[in-house]
Write a protein that binds this ligand. Structure first.
Ligand code: SF4
Length: 160
């Protein structure tokens, strides 16, 4: 649903990299008819890039370097996790013909729900009795990654 905000009408400008365009986006925020300037500023702290509430990422970096850097690192971790999942999916697809029926069942579940990547290591190990090295080899990742998946899974179970 359209809210009539300047950034919604021209989203590319609010994520521009050229200084001239960034300044134009910031000026657009100054003229924004919506009363969410402060809320947008707060929202900006969830983003590595982009102009939010009149602040660019350079502004946010200058105001609170640690807070901005934490977001940047979190984004890198998410991005690495996505890359890892894509690699894992490709490896599973490639190896599908060599898997046992049980392994294919688990693999199908993993491939059907990419976001469940984190549960993959735990399921392979607990349901199929595979060790971390075997899971790492199957997914084309390091053993450290498998241990991390298992740790995430346990953390998620505790939070549930
Ligand atoms: S203040 Fe918020 S809603 Fe308005 S243009 Fe800026 S970022 Fe968009």
């Amino acid at each position: 649903m359209s809210d009539g905000s300047p950034c919604e009408r021209n989203p590319e400008l609010w994520f521009a990299s050229r200084g001239k365009d960034v300044e134009a986006a910031k000026a657009g925020c100054e003229e924004c008819p919506l009363s969410r300037y402060n809320a947008c500023r707060e929202e900006g702290w969830k983003h590595e890039f982009g102009v939010f509430g009149g602040l660019s990422h350079v502004d946010r970096q200058a105001i609170d370097p640690k807070r901005w850097n934490d977001i940047r690192l979190a984004n890198r971790r998410d991005s690495n996790a996505r890359d890892e999942m894509i690699r894992a999916s490709e490896n599973l697809a490639r190896l599908a013909g060599e898997l046992s029926e049980d392994q294919r069942g688990v693999a199908r579940g993993i491939l059907a729900t990419e976001r469940d990547r984190v549960t993959a290591g735990q399921r392979m190990m607990s349901e199929l009795g595979m060790n971390a090295s075997q899971v790492a080899s199957l997914f084309g990742v390091t053993r450290d990654s498998v241990y991390r998946w298992v740790t995430w899974e346990r953390r998620g179970a505790r939070a549930a």
